[in-house]
Design a binder for this molecule. Structure first.
Ligand code: PLZ
Length: 452
């Protein structure tokens, strides 16, 4: 590979050339320069999957300062569902920037916030009366969902699940299962957080959904008691924990038990939400209606916004002034969200997520047939993963996973890993990616497996 001094691209969006193009090694010299500055300026705890210097992105590619164009199979962790710098989003944000940038919604309100709340109330599962409140990050919204559930129930305990990920703030670290890298040394964690067993079909010895739910419910009843339990929080498909799709019937049984026992059921759809899984929300695949639903990431085309949406009687239980935040529901993020939601609708991206899923599942299953190191292929829509194992023992193979990811990165494909055991490669492409790029990216991953 030759080192070419290509000028940086500065205009992103879908008009960017949709191609994998390597003009330097990855990371190239300019990226390395930035990483050297970064090491001197940024806290060492802030790490990177792929240490490049991004200058533009759009459609299905990310372009770096060296002129390399990489295939984006990560969407900045499931955020840019509509693609980076989507023209509708750029236009809406620009108009809002020119009108006003900030007032604080709890000081002097504006329409964008209310319009986003209306849209969320309409799109989320269930036809009951709903209310929404907006925040900045997924973790902040999870914290608020728990606050609201505690206020409503006058109870304190919260149950999260094995392999869960809910954020990096103190309460959400406590809800998160995995020690390294999220928790180690950062405690003590918030009290009254308990953990129950998940349904993990690849690793729980054939328990069906109802059986796995019965196991979790017994743990909850014996160790906590419904009379002390404010809320159950769960990702309908676990994200960071390994793209674990629970067995059919698991989620409905938990919802049924929560409803019958005065426990608020919170679906954390931060990663699964907004068209990603081939439905607006992953809860729909199991026909469940959460009491509260937490959204973020894909909601606003890359701008920071999150929300809690749920039953009016629960949401309205907090006293006036009990919910808020300086930037919560920023007018710019709200403008982006309205344009983003319109784009999902207008461009048929829910159906597109299902098509992407068919390509992913089809190709990955074909690979699996020929390669027993791929223990499992799973997911829904454009949220799909492979779990890599030792074919003899079924033990997780994190080293292989890292080699494959590294190969993909060096060959111009952004893939992310995840999983409690670090042995899962996940695919979360922007829903605006072309089939050509998707297939090319998967081909590189296949080569990586062959080479590893
Ligand atoms: N809930 C289900 O997936 C964020 C973590 C990135 P924030 N997942 C990506 C990292 O390494 O920090 C996430 C999630 C689920 C909550 C969150 C938290 O969302 O916007 O990162 O706070």
């Amino acid at each position: 590979m030759t080192l070419v001094d290509t000028p940086a691209t500065t205009t992103g969006g879908p008009s960017l050339a949709q191609e994998r193009r390597l003009v330097t090694a990855i990371p190239g010299p300019r990226s390395q320069e930035l990483m050297a500055r970064k090491a001197e300026a940024v806290a060492a705890g802030v790490g990177h999957t792929l240490p490049i210097s991004v200058v533009a992105a759009g459609g299905g590619v990310v372009v770096d300062a060296d002129g390399n164009s990489l295939i984006d199979l990560g969407s900045g962790i499931a955020v840019t569902g509509v693609g980076n710098s989507h023209p509708r989003v750029v236009e809406a944000v620009t108009a809002q920037l020119n009108a006003f940038t900030h007032t604080c919604f709890t000081v002097s309100p504006y329409e964008g916030y209310v319009a986003v709340a209306e849209k969320l109330n309409e799109l989320t599962p269930g036809d009951h009366v709903k209310r929404s409140a907006l925040f900045n990050s997924g973790a902040e919204a999870v914290e608020n969902a728990v606050k609201i559930a505690r206020h409503f129930t006058k109870k304190q305990a919260v149950v999260a699940f094995d392999h869960a990920y809910h954020g990096r703030t103190n309460l959400t670290m406590g809800l998160t299962a995995k020690n390294i890298p999220y928790k180690s040394g950062f405690g003590p964690f918030a009290p009254e957080v308990y953990r129950a067993s998940l349904s993990y079909p690849f690793r729980d010895g054939g328990l069906d959904g109802r059986e796995a739910a019965a196991r979790a419910i017994t743990q909850i009843e014996k160790q906590i008691g419904a009379e002390n339990l404010a809320a159950i929080i769960i990702e309908p498909i676990q994200g960071e924990g390994g793209f674990i799709v629970p067995a059919a019937g698991f989620l409905p049984a938990l919802v049924e038990w929560a409803n019958a026992n005065g426990v608020v059921f919170i679906a954390d759809e931060v990663q699964t939400g907004f068209a990603r899984t081939g439905a607006w929300f992953a809860s729909e695949h199991e026909g469940i209606v959460p009491d509260l639903i937490v959204t973020a990431k894909g909601i606003a085309g890359g701008l920071p916004l999150s929300a809690v949406t749920g039953r009016a009687e629960i949401m309205d239980s907090a006293h006036a002034g009990g919910l808020g935040g300086t930037y919560a529901g920023s007018p710019i993020a709200c403008a982006a969200a309205l344009a983003t939601i319109e784009t999902y609708e207008h461009e048929g991206l829910i159906a597109r997520a299902r098509d992407i899923g068919a390509v992913l599942i089809g190709r990955l299953n074909a690979l699996r047939t020929a390669d027993p190191r791929i223990g499992d292929v799973r997911g829904r829509g454009a949220m799909v993963a492979i779990e890599l194992v030792d074919p003899e023992t079924g033990a997780p193979d994190a080293a292989l996973t890292n080699r494959v990811a590294k190969y993909a990165h060096e060959h111009g494909v952004i893939v992310l890993t995840c999983g409690t055991y670090g042995n899962v490669i996940r695919f979360l492409p922007p829903l605006t990616i072309s089939d050509e790029l998707l297939v090319d990216g998967l081909g590189v991953v296949a080569e990586g497996l062959k080479n590893a």
